[in-house]
Structures are given as structure tokens and as C-alpha cells.
Write a new protein. Structure first.
Length: 231
């Protein structure tokens, strides 16, 4: 299955502040694994300042339900930070960071749980969302920062701000910053809650993501999606 989707990022009265594009570009076998290649690009800013661009390319093991390897690049002003991450086995990492004008940084890490890149995290929920009423805990890595995601499926409910009769699968989540040994990170990273809505069909296309931030909510909404079954 090939898929291209476009999302609008909005923030309260400010309206549109950015856009995200995602693509399921390929799936192929590698040894005994079936890998899905997924990519995403986002750009935006609040109040017109601090505009950032982010690009993530990931390979996801559909059978093992895990992110195998991914590259995340972030542009801000004239600076580019690129993280290249390999996870050949659940929780076993090699991490390489490249920054403009600096030497390459390399490290190995062993984490207590399998960990997902942001796109792999969403794909994991699309393929196997938490059973209704049950809580599931996953780990997400953004750049080199680690988060614990606690998730609960609330079941099928009306989709906010949609046509009457439109329903979707609602997943509520909380993101808590953690250290690589699993302990809470008591630094300045915030704790976040979010609600993710997936289409109420076999495709489970992400339709809406809302994240409370300060006095408003950042809302990511689907604008357009094209799906094609591979010949």
C-alpha cells in the first residue's frame, strides 16, 4: 500500500501555523522481516518566529511492530541537526548526530523497551492500537530525547469539527520525558497530553491530533489523503 497525506497545523486563534506531509513510500522484505518505508516533512512557526523544518525517514518492521532505523533532520535558521539511529534489536541502539560546523557525535545505548521514531509510533498505533479500555506503554525518541507514552483507546466516538455522523477511533495519550535508564527526567522538558483520532476502517488513517499547549491546542488535521494498492 502506497499513501500520501497532507495535514494542516493550527493553533487557536492564530489559525494555520504550519503543514505536515507524510508518505508510505515502499514495503519490502529484508531477511525474514517486512519493512515499511515511511517519510514525513513538517514546517511551521508560532507568531512567525522560530520557523523550523523537520524531515524524518524511517523503516518500520511490520511483523515485529518496531522501528528498525530512521533519520531525523531539523533545520532552524542556518543550522542543521541530523540524527541517524539504528535499532537492529529491540532496545539496542547506535546513534549518530551530525551538526553544522561540528564533529560527528556517536553513541551506543541500551534502553529497557523497544523505542519508536515519531512516524513509527503512529504506524504502530495504526497497525495495532491498544485494546479498548486497556492501557499500553510505548517509548518514543525525538532527536535523542526519550519519552514514555501511556496510551488508552477510548473506542469509536464522533470526530470533533467534522460532518455529522463521522466517527473515528479515539486514542488518549500522555507523554512523559524520561532518561535512558527509564527514570523520569526532571529537567525542563514538559509533560504533554494528546488525543489521536484514526479512521474507523481497516486503514486507520490518522485524521486529527490535538495537543494542549498553554492557552490553546495545537491541532493537526487531515487535509487530503491518496492511497494506492501496489500492483
Amino acid at each position: 500500500m502506497l499513501e500520501n497525506a497532507r495535514y494542516r497545523i493550527g493553533f487557536g486563534l492564530l489559525g494555520k501555523i504550519g503543514e505536515i506531509r507524510t508518505a508510505i513510500e515502499d514495503d519490502h522484505t529484508e531477511g525474514s522481516a517486512r519493512l515499511i518505508k515511511v517519510g514525513g516533512y513538517g514546517e511551521g512557526a508560532i507568531f512567525g518566529f522560530g520557523r523550523m523544518r523537520t524531515r524524518v525517514d524511517s523503516q518500520f518492521d511490520a511483523g515485529g511492530l518496531g522501528s528498525r532505523r530512521w533519520t531525523a533532520a531539523r533545520w532552524k535558521d542556518d543550522q542543521i541537526v541530523t540524527d541517524i539511529i539504528e535499532q537492529p534489536a529491540a532496545g539496542s541502539f547506535s546513534i549518530e548526530r551530525r551538526r553544522s560546523g561540528r564533529a560527528v557525535e556517536r553513541q551506543a545505548a541500551r534502553l529497557p523497551l523497544a523505542t519508536y521514531d515519531p512516524l513509527g509510533f503512529i504506524l504502530r498505533l495504526r497497525i495495532a492500537p491498544p485494546p479498548a479500555g486497556q492501557t499500553q506503554v510505548l517509548q518514543v525518541m525525538e532527536g535523542r530525547a526519550l519519552w514514555r507514552a501511556t496510551l488508552t483507546t477510548a473506542g469509536t466516538q464522533p470526530l470533533p469539527d467534522s460532518a455529522a455522523g463521522t466517527s473515528a477511533l479515539r486514542i488518549d495519550g500522555r507523554l512523559d520525558p524520561i532518561l535512558y535508564d527509564g527514570r523520569p527526567d526532571d529537567g525542563d522538558r514538559p509533560h504533554r497530553t494528546f488525543t489521536l483520532w484514526l479512521s474507523n476502517d481497516a486503514a486507520r488513517v490518522p485524521l486529527r491530533l490535538s495537543v494542549p499547549v498553554g492557552i490553546g491546542d495545537v491541532v493537526v488535521e487531515l487535509v487530503d489523503v491518496q492511497r494506492q494498492i501496489r500492483p
